[in-house]
Design a protein around this ligand. Structure first.
Ligand SMILES: CC(C)(COP(=O)(O)OP(=O)(O)OC[C@H]1O[C@@H](n2cnc3c(N)ncnc32)[C@H](O)[C@@H]1OP(=O)(O)O)[C@@H](O)C(=O)NCCC(=O)NCCS
Length: 161
């Protein structure tokens, strides 16, 4: 059964494989990370882990039984009991409910382990899969906004309700 793990240095190999294998899939929907992310991956990973140690963000990987990475579920801009949620799932693993389940688990952890009271998310109107994931996890749509130049919606989930 896949497990949601906080990002660690020893995830490097599996994480890079996940990002490489799914680069084109992600880039068709959300902004590409850019070549530098891949050529300076070890440095970028060290930066993320250092940032995580400050408490400003919590990066999670959904790790399969064989050690491969199935998805990423991140809480960023953590402050005043709130955080912004973002996620991505490997193309071969989509459509199985993994994102819905992992976001549900992260909401529980956010409330019980991380002491957060509110999660925010944003997704483009065209991203039906992502909107489904949020709606199924009791995120409520708010104001219309723009994300990467496209029409988008903000979502909010009050935790512990
Ligand atoms: C969005 C994403 C995380 C969803 O992951 P997932 O594990 O496939 O999500 P789930 O299976 O839990 O739920 C998605 C639901 O949306 C549905 N869905 C998928 N594509 C859809 C579409 N184009 N139109 C309508 N519904 C769609 C799925 O069928 C599923 O519903 P179902 O359980 O009734 O079949 C994944 O597609 C992804 O990583 N996309 C690229 C990155 C991205 O968009 N990240 C979010 C940015 S805000």
């Amino acid at each position: 059964m896949p497990t949601l793990e906080l990002l660690r240095a020893d995830h490097a190999k599996a994480l890079l494989a996940f990002e490489r294998e799914n680069r084109a899939f992600f880039a068709a929907i959300i902004p590409d990370r850019g070549d530098e992310f891949f050529t300076r991956f070890d440095e970028m990973l060290a930066d993320r882990i250092a940032e995580q140690a400050t408490g400003a963000c919590l990066f999670h990987l959904l790790v399969n039984d064989d050690g491969s990475v199935l998805g990423r579920f991140n809480l960023v801009d953590i402050a005043d009991g709130e955080a912004e949620l973002g996620y991505r799932v490997a193309e071969h693993a989509t459509g199985r409910g993994l994102a819905t389940a992992a976001v549900a688990e992260l909401c529980v952890r956010a409330a019980t382990e991380y002491g957060l009271t509110t999660l925010r998310a944003r997704t483009t109107l065209a991203n039906a899969a992502s909107r489904t994931v949020l709606t199924r996890n009791a995120f409520t749509p708010g104001t219309e906004t723009e994300l990467n130049g496209k029409a988008a919606l903000t979502y909010t989930r009050r935790l512990g309700t």
